[in-house]
Design a protein around this ligand. Sequence first.
Ligand code: R2B
Ligand code: URA
Length: 389
Amino acid sequence: MCDVGGGGSRKLCSKSLFKELHVAVVNAQSKTLSKLVRQMKDGCNKDEQPKESTLCGLNPCLKCLQPDILYHLGLDTETTDFPKVFGDVRFVCMGGTPGRMENFAYYLMQEIGLKINAATKLRDMAEAGKRFALFKVGPVLCASHGMGCPSISILLHELIKMMHHAKCQDPVFIRIGTCGGIGVDPGTVVISSEAVDGRLNPAHEILVHGVSVQHASQLDEGLADDIKSCHDPSKDNYETIIGRTMCTHDFYEGQSRLDGAFCEYTPEMKKTYLEELQNQGVKNIEMESLALAALTSRANIRAAVVCVAILNRLNGDQIKTPHEILAKWEKRPQVLVARYIRKVLYFHENDSDWEEPDEDECEGEAPEKGATPQGGAGDTQNAPPEEAE
Ligand code: R2B
Ligand code: URA
């Protein structure tokens, strides 16, 4: 390529080497984008479909269910070709409400450089189930999970079965949401290192046949670090921390609030409990992490919980922050997770997976930070939610 030993030409060489490298990276990124666009248009190619998903430990009876009906998602394996429609899924993002997850889906579409025709809207794929909302943006599913472990665990059973039937490879599950902080400034993003219950036990307890069964609720440390590394202190005027998350089955008494309809403890007892949580490294309280951590780790799925603290529970119980500010804060986990997904898709891609781009499928380059990407799947999509800050 160039004579590195060539004295005066050395500067020139490293410049052209850099240029070549840059061109290679841009080409590789547009190949990835082209592949995403093709999969979005045509579904997963039969020849590319692996034999099995990477999930393990699932119910051996699943193969006998023909069809398997995912009742709450309004989908079944007879009328939907799961490997074709969902086989490319690599990220499953979940959040409390349908509206938030629909907005996130449009935002993500922009961030990963995919577009749909302006006249077309993303379809809620779980509309028939009338329980959860489900949107698909290329390799990312965005689902609403409602409130609490019983709700998210129904969703997770069905999404995990979906990943299995679709033969997905190493899907990553991420919950983005809100929480109460323990000794952290409101607006701080907390990524959970592990989920614990109200006794600080790192397990999700369920009753099976009336008998208590406990499933470990560890989360993926590496994934938490990778997501945290997407925080940019030069740009993001808030903190992102990693810490233990307490998960409760109730917003009021379960989280030691004094403002519920009932309260049979004193402010002193609340203070002692919350301070003990703080001493034990608990940084936040929310209501779904136990089920998420337990069900995903049983299936060999890496998972993370990324929540913004909307108040510091050491200072009070009621959420008095104005809605416009809450709306801004709620986007922080979304921005962080979108950056993470973009990084994995465009900068960690395995070379051997990349294919030659189809010229008419992919215009322009994969998105760069801050750029408005132009994937070639159609006209510009409606504006996503405004930028976080
Ligand atoms: C955070 O916020 C919700 C309660 O307001 C709950 O779903 C959670 O985990
Ligand atoms: N979500 C919770 O579960 N608790 C809070 O205090 C705030 C949001």
